[in-house]
Each structure stands twice: as C-alpha cells, then as structure tokens.
Design a protein around this ligand. Structure first.
Ligand code: MN
Length: 233
C-alpha cells in the first residue's frame, strides 16, 4: 500500500480521511524530523493548509495583513518540496501547500487578496458550524492539464466546477516550468501544476473537506495511483 506523508497542521483529520478513503496509508510529517527521515519510505507527499509564508522567501517585504506566520514550518516545508522534487515523488499541495510549492520553486504570492486586488469575489468564506463545507465560487479548469484529466467526469460543459474557498493569499508570479491549471472568475489562480513531473499539483481550495461526499475524490485517487507507481519502482 502506498504511503502518503502528510505535513501536520491544525485541521488534520480531513486530509487523513481523504487519503485513507482512497486506500492510502498515512504518515505524519513535522518539522522536528530531518527532511531525509521525513521522506524515507514515503511514496507521495501531501502539503496541507495553514498560515502565511514569510515573504522574505520570495523577496518581498511583509504586508501588515500577514497572519499566522510559522517560520519553522516554512523552512521545513520549503526544504521538503525541494527534496521531494529531486526524488520525483508525487506531490499534492493544498491551500497553504500550493503557496509553499510555488515559492519553493521560485514563484511569489499575493500577500492579501482583498487589499491587493479589487474584485467582487469572496475567497475567504467561513464555513457554517453545522456544515462540513460550503460552495464559495466556481473555478475554470484549463483543458489540457492534469487537473482536467483527473476531474473530467465532474466538470460541466464550460469546464468549470464549484469549490470552497478559505484563503486570503494566492499565487502571484507562477514558478518557472509550472502552468496555471485553474482560475477563479476574478482571475485569482486556483491551481498550478508541473507538466514535467510525474504528479505535481497544487490547489488553492480544500478538496479534502469533501471526503464524505466525494466531489474531489478523483484528485486523491490520481495522487494515490501515482504514489503506488513510485512504490513499485
Ligand atoms: Mn478561492
């Protein structure tokens, strides 16, 4: 069974369940480990949600609107991405994860969407306490992409799908070699991927919140299949 390394974060359970429900084995990874120890025996790496990255990692001064910076986690996860890519491990990066992935590969971030970009789109929609998730906005998925291939059964005729949204940052300058695979109606980047990698996908929404109902199960299935291939090689 393929082993998925998941970076620890505050709302861990849905990430765990999303992997367990497609038949993966979960191993928790945290900054107390060395990068090599964290990745040895791991067949795929999942980067999870959390606070903002230190903007110094992409050469910018911090906005006053930065929240929940975790410098130790930044250093660990940026090194983790570099090593995982060196090993060509399948990588699924969610929320803060897509931001870590993009910065680790040389891209930059919008530090605060509402203050840096005018537009009607709400990207930081709080979830009502009695609901596991709620629809925030649609995304348009790039036809010729890994994301489109994975989600082909679930996209409507206009290549869009509804997502949840709990972020105030987003990818700004896309890392070299990556392409944008989904955008929100206001142009905010919602997914990036590396076409040269076996499986390297970052998404800005929270597909793991849907593990009970399966709307984004194909993402986790595709990721696990890629991890299974890693295990076999
Ligand atoms: Mn969004």
């Amino acid at each position: 069974m393929a082993v998925v390394g998941i970076t620890t974060c505050r709302k861990l359970e849905d990430y765990r369940q999303a992997v367990l429900h497609v038949g993966g084995e979960v191993r928790m990874i945290d900054p107390s480990m060395s990068v090599a120890d964290a990745l040895n025996g791991v067949d795929g790496l999942m980067l999870t949600g959390g606070g903002d990255l230190e903007p110094s990692h992409y050469g910018e001064a911090p906005s006053p609107l930065l929240t929940d910076v975790e410098p130790e986690r930044d250093r660990f996860e940026l090194a983790l991405v570099a090593e995982a890519r060196k090993r060509d491990l399948p990588l699924l990066a969610i929320c803060r994860g897509i931001q870590v992935l993009n910065v680790a590969c040389g891209g930059s971030l919008i530090q605060d969407i509402p203050s840096e970009q005018t537009g009607p789109q709400e990207h930081n929609l709080k979830v009502p306490p009695n609901q596991p998730f709620s629809r925030a906005h649609e995304i348009w998925v790039e036809k010729d992409s890994l994301l489109a291939t994975l989600m082909k059964e679930r996209l409507n005729d206009a290549d869009t799908v509804d997502v949840n949204s709990r972020h105030h940052q987003a990818v700004k300058r896309v890392a070299a070699g990556f392409k944008v695979s989904a955008t929100a109606p206001d142009g905010v980047i919602e997914a990036i991927e590396d076409p040269a990698a076996a499986f390297c996908l970052g998404v800005q929404w929270h597909p793991e919140n849907f593990w009970r109902t399966g709307e984004f199960r194909p993402l986790f299935e595709g990721f696990l299949n890629a991890a299974q291939t890693t295990r076999a090689r």
